[in-house]
Design a protein around this ligand. Structure first.
Ligand SMILES: C[S@@+](CC[C@H](N)C(=O)[O-])C[C@H]1O[C@@H](n2cnc3c(N)ncnc32)[C@H](O)[C@@H]1O
Length: 199
């Protein structure tokens, strides 16, 4: 949070280390090392305007920056809502302030809960997994029955450097649960779909 405060919204070159799949991370941009890369935020916006989800679920709000980008796209669509959960109560309070100041509150339901306990009603059209790295497989599996067979699953931090999430995504694929594409971004982003129910 201190790093984000010091940067005060300025864009910095991405500084996660080069990987074989993304040898030039400095070509990307970031606000801080927790918030998704600026280009990934733009991708989230465009994905939401492209698939027009009625229900988006995000795990790991941090300061609410990705939540706000998604909410801006929902507003552009004129439909939908995002439910985002943040486990840490101090971080949650900061995210709540930022969301209140964004003018986008009506599109956002922010919860001070763990992704492993949160309950949501209805069918999820877009699931963005961006919480604690070791629990990503567990949270994807937990919400999988509620994710639409035409919906999209995004799993952030799946680079070969941040191994644990990449391995979890490979396992989800090997278990026959997801079909994954590994986008070569600095921190890695998996875009996936449930295998069950595809036609
Ligand atoms: C990488 S940051 C999220 C960044 C945010 N999505 C963005 O791009 O602006 C991860 C956040 O997940 C939170 N977190 C960790 N474990 C969690 C859990 N089980 N449920 C919800 N949030 C969790 C952390 O406190 C942290 O703020």
């Amino acid at each position: 949070m201190l790093q984000a405060e010091r940067a005060a919204g300025a864009l910095l070159p991405e500084y996660h280390r080069p990987t074989p799949e993304c040898p030039h991370p400095e070509r990307w941009h970031m606000y801080d090392s927790m918030t998704a890369e600026a280009e990934v935020l733009e991708f989230l916006y465009t994905l939401v305007t492209t698939i027009k989800p009625a229900l988006v679920v995000e795990t790991g709000s941090f300061l609410g920056v990705s939540t706000i980008w998604i909410a801006r796209a929902l507003k552009a669509n004129g439909l939908g809502k995002i439910i985002s959960c943040e486990f840490d109560s101090v971080v949650f309070a900061k995210a709540r302030e930022k969301i209140a100041a964004s003018g986008l509150s009506e599109w956002i339901e922010l919860r001070n809960e763990s992704s492993l306990e949160m309950r949501v009603e209805g069918t999820i059209d877009l699931f963005f997994s961006d919480s604690d790295m070791p629990i990503r497989a567990a949270e994807v599996k937990r919400f999988l029955p509620q994710i639409s067979s035409t919906g999209v699953v995004l799993i952030h931090d799946a680079s070969s450097h941040l191994k644990v999430v990449r391995e979890a995504a490979f396992e989800l694929e090997q278990e026959g649960l997801l079909s994954c594409v590994f986008l070569p971004t600095p921190r890695g982003l998996v875009i996936a779909q449930k295998r069950e129910g595809r036609r």
